[in-house]
Structure formats: C-alpha cells, structure tokens
Design a protein around this ligand. Structure first.
Ligand code: NAI
Ligand code: MG
Length: 396
C-alpha cells in the first residue's frame, strides 16, 4: 500500500480530540499514512489575525487531502474584540476558515451521507398502523453545492448606487421594494452557475450509479425560485435523460421535503440541492440517524479534498479533563476519506467495527444515552471519547 500524507487540521474545541482519536483508529486499522498538522481556527485568528494561514493552504496544495476537526466562529464584532492588541487597528475582519477553504480550493461538491446504524438508540422511530412502532432504515446521501448560492457572500446592507440601480431595473423590485429607502435594504444574492450546478448534479448521479441507489431527488423550490432552482432542475432532467436513464429523477420542494423526511425517509436515496437547502436537508436527515455525533461529510474539489464531521467545536465540552463527546462522526468522515483514496477495505473494517459497537450497546457516549452533556455523565455510565475509541479499535 502506498504511503500517504494527510493534512490533519484539528482546529478548535472538540475538533482536536475527535481528530486525535480518529487518527488512532486509522493507524490501528492499517492505513499507511503520516500526518502533518495544519494550523487553523480561533487561536490563529487571535494571534495572527488570520484563522486560515497561508502555510496551511500551502500544505493542502502539496498533499491534497485534509482531515478536519472543527473550528470556532464568532460574529464580526465579537471576533474583533478578541484580536491580539497589536492587530487591533488593522481593519482585519473575521471570516470562517472552513468556508475559506471551500472557496479557495473550490471544494464545490459536499457529500453528507446519513445511514442508520442498527441498534443506535437515537434512531428515528414513527407510529405505524394500529399501535405499531416502526424504525425505518435511512440510507441517503445528500449532495450539497458547497461554494455558491446563498453562501456565496455577495451581499450588501445599504447597497451601493450601482447595485441599487441594477436592482431597480427589475420590475418586481420596483413593485415590492421601490419605495423603501436604500439604507433600509439588506440584500443577499443566490447565484448559481451552470458549471458548478452541472458538477454537483453529475456527482450525485455518478454516486447513485456507483452505490446502487435507484433515485436522485433534486430538493429545491423551482416553482417559486424560478431562475436558480429552476435551472438546477432543468439541468438535472437533461443530464438524467442523456447519461443516467436507469436512475429515477425525483423533484421535491425543500419545505415539503422537511415534512416528508419524518414520514417516509426510507424512500429517498441520493438527494441533491444548492448550498442553503443542502445544508438544511442534510441536518434534517442527520437528526434521523443520531444527530451531530454521527453526521459526517466530504468536501471535494477537482484537486483537493477535505473531510470533516458536520458538528462544530462544542466549546462547552472542550476543556473537560475527560472528553465526553462522540467521535463517530469524525471517524465516519475519515472513512469517506479512505473511500475517496481507494482504501475501501480499511473503510469497511472501520465501519463494521463501529456498527458492532453500536449494536452491542455496551459502550455508549452521553448523546447515545440521551443524557445532558455534563462532566458527571461518565460516573453515570456514559463512555468517554477515549473509551468509545478503544472499543472501536478492539473490534476492528
Ligand atoms: P456544535 O456542533 O459545536 O455543538 C452543538 C451541540 O451539539 C453541542 O452542544 C453538543 O451538545 C452537540 N454535539 C456536537 N458535537 C458533538 C459530538 N461529537 N458528540 C456529542 N455531542 C455533540 O455547534 P454550536 O454549539 O452551534 O457551535 C459551536 C461553535 O462551533 C461555534 O463557534 C460555531 O461557529 C462552530 N461551528 C463550526 C463548524 C465547523 O467547524 N464546521 C460547524 C458548526 C459550528
Ligand atoms: Mg449546518
């Protein structure tokens, strides 16, 4: 097996512990790699005024694959208040380094699989006919366009003259907002490009074919958001007809999908959406399979890829002497990395071990025991992050 170099990006808070424990699992599972640590996150914002230093970008440029824990983000003013005094008057503005990474390396395809583990006490259940209780097995993969749309960052409050004039050229704008003073306007744009839309759609169809899913669902709102959602759905129809005719194309509206996902989540396979709706629908499905402790993701560009759990840095648990958080989301993200690198066998072993530990049910982190996260959960029978990791390693 070829030896790889992985850029380890622990970031802040619990990102550090879940990444460290995940690397232990990777090593024990026989993944042949060395890890170089990349600086990212709050510490570097405070010290250097940049949460994503150039040296970290350079590491990813060189090694191409990143395994990322989580970072802490704070609103603009709160961020500015924590800057080192020597950086105070330099006009530095905080922006999220993970969003920065996605933009810099054009990590435009985000995959968020949500798959039920048998025996997970956090699995979604619903009422069936009569008094029956059903536990539908969810197996979906959400493809979220990761760089454009509402998160593209093209927005204004009190827009400049040239923008205002552009807006005013639209009849709907004049009808609905024409007499609003410009300084009372805030505008966030939702820009879709054909190139990125085609890439996310093709990635979704290709994945459906590779892993045997029967349908791809476009989850947008084309009847109302006619230009952007409309373009995505129309392109999906064309791509499906030309190249993926064996896969069914479904179309749901994001709002209706959020209702249906608790009604019949087992009916869905691959779901594809723009940035904001993809974010929403993936959190919705993640809730059905155990929530943030289980939600993994991949950010894929043409050259560079970064794998990360969906959860954040959970600062309230960061300084516990014995960490209590669930490392499975991070380990699942590492399995996505292994799949991406062609190390499917190792990924399979790790996933199988996680499945065994969950099904055995003897070792569970506090979230799986439905406890409120506090330092005393360990005394009350919850596993620590380390115990969970050790158990997964022992079952490999
Ligand atoms: P969060 O995901 O950090 O935590 C929310 C809650 O989910 C926690 O209080 C905890 O109860 C639970 N949780 C999260 N991860 C868990 C795990 N592995 N095991 C068990 N329980 C877990 O989100 P929150 O509190 O909204 O944000 C905290 C910080 O993280 C903020 O600064 C935010 O900006 C940042 N953030 C970073 C992300 C990233 O790095 N990609 C994503 C989301 C938030
Ligand atoms: Mg989210």
């Amino acid at each position: 097996m070829q030896k790889r170099t992985i850029v380890a990006l622990p970031g802040d808070g619990i990102g550090r512990v879940v990444l460290e424990e995940t690397i232990r699992v990777l090593e024990k599972a026989g993944f042949n790699a060395s890890y170089v640590e990349g600086d990212i996150g709050w510490e570097f914002w405070k010290k250097e005024g940049n949460p994503l230093p150039d040296r970290t970008i350079a590491l990813l440029e060189k090694y191409k694959t990143g395994l990322f824990g989580a970072i802490t983000s704070k609103p603009k003013d709160a961020a500015a208040a924590e800057l080192d005094p020597s950086l105070e008057d330099k006009g530095l503005i905080y922006s999220s380094p993970i969003v920065g990474l996605r933009q810099h390396f054009n990590l435009d395809v985000c995959i968020r699989p949500c798959k039920t583990y048998k025996g997970n006490p956090l699995n979604f259940i619903r009422r069936g006919r009569g008094d029956t209780i059903e536990e539908p097995a969810v197996d979906v993969a959400i493809f979220r366009q990761n760089t454009e749309g509402l998160y593209g960052g093209v927005e204004w409050s009190n827009p400049p003259d040239i923008v205002y004039k552009g807006l005013a050229s639209h009849p709907r704008f004049m009808k609905n907002f024409g007499n609003v003073p410009v300084e009372e306007l805030s505008v966030s744009t939702r820009i879709f490009t054909k190139k990125a839309t085609e890439r996310i759609l093709r990635a979704a169809f290709t994945y459906a074919r590779k892993f045997g899913y029967k349908s791809v669902t476009v989850c947008e709102k084309p009847n109302v958001i006619r230009e952007t959602s409309g373009m995505m759905y129309k392109m999906a129809q064309e791509i499906q007809a030309a190249d993926f005719s064996e896969i069914e194309l479904w179309n749901t509206n994001i709002d209706a999908q959020m209702m249906w996902l608790t009604k019949n989540p087992e009916n869905y396979g691959v779901i594809v959406a723009g940035n904001m709706f993809g974010d929403i629908v993936s959190d919705g499905f993640a809730g059905l399979i155990g929530g943030l402790g289980f939600a993994c993701s991949a950010n894929l560009g043409e050259e560079v890829s970064v794998f990360e759990p969906t959860h954040g840095s959970a600062p309230k648990y960061a300084d516990y002497p014995v960490s209590i958080v669930n490392p499975i989301a991070m380990m699942e993200s590492a399995c996505m990395m292994l799949d991406h690198l062609g190390e499917m066998e190792i990924a399979k072993r790790i996933r199988k071990s996680i499945a065994t530990v969950i099904q055995d049910g003897k070792v569970r982190t506090y979230d799986m025991m439905k406890m409120t996260g506090r330092a005393d959960v360990i005394e009350n029978g919850a596993a620590s992050t380390r115990q969970m990791t050790d158990t997964i390693i022992n079952n490999l």
